[in-house]
Design a protein around this ligand. Sequence first.
Ligand SMILES: [Zn+2]
Length: 303
Amino acid sequence: MKSKVRQRQPAFAGHPLDRADNVRGDPRRLAELTHAEARVLRLEGLIPRLGEDKRLQWDRLGDVAEGVETVFLGLLEGEPLFAAVPPSGDPDPAYTRRETWAALGHLPLDELALYGGARSLLDWHARHRFCPQCGGATVLAKGGWQRNCTQCGAEQFPRTDPVTIMLVERDGRLLLGRKVGFPEGSYSALAGFVEPGETIEEAVAREVLEEAGVNVRDVSYIASQPWPFPSQLMIACHAFADDDRITVDTTELEDARWFTREDVSEALEKGPESTSFRAPFAIAVANHMLRWWLEKDDDQADR
Ligand SMILES: [Zn+2]
């Protein structure tokens, strides 16, 4: 039977543009597309400004102030789309800002992906105006998919930082944890950055052992999600635990515990009214993972 799971994508996936790498590297073609009537994404800093229809809004490239850098986001049915680099990046985890959350909750999935990609790229530009090699000023290149140092010539490329996030399973139950500062009753999948010199599987095992004192095996891949706050690639994995004894590292987590299938199902169905725990936000990959887990077992039961 074909899995239902594969038909659904996490939020921020499904970027609708042709990224048109050939255009980025062709200064003449790029100059042709960079005309005053071309559309530029309407933002305030990095916050999307939606119209009354709750969709992204677009201004004219010709109205962008002189000297402001613009990035070429790609082609939408042949039409070039741009976005302007704000004066500064976002020093806060912007997803905690009410305004951003409120706007994201309204956007259809393709626009959510478009905004997420643009946001990560713009934030990177705003925070990389100086060369990490020599401290010289950098300038935007290749339509915004590169920055070059004006002093030493070093080239910099937009970053994506891999983060593992994992469902750990034992006897039909899932290990979930809550960090200090999570909303009351909220639990989510454990997660952590992949460190230099580490595989995805090793990062999963290390994080679970560090945070919950649990050894895991048989790590497998579920899905990935570009997370634009500021620029992570969330790599969703599943693993089995060797035993169910938990030792919480209280510097990382407030609590971690095992949840049954009924608990997870209730949390997803009842939202804030749930008495088991509060599930992660719908746009978080952890929410997608919990649904995947419930459906995975449904699929197995169907066989
Ligand atoms: Zn330099």
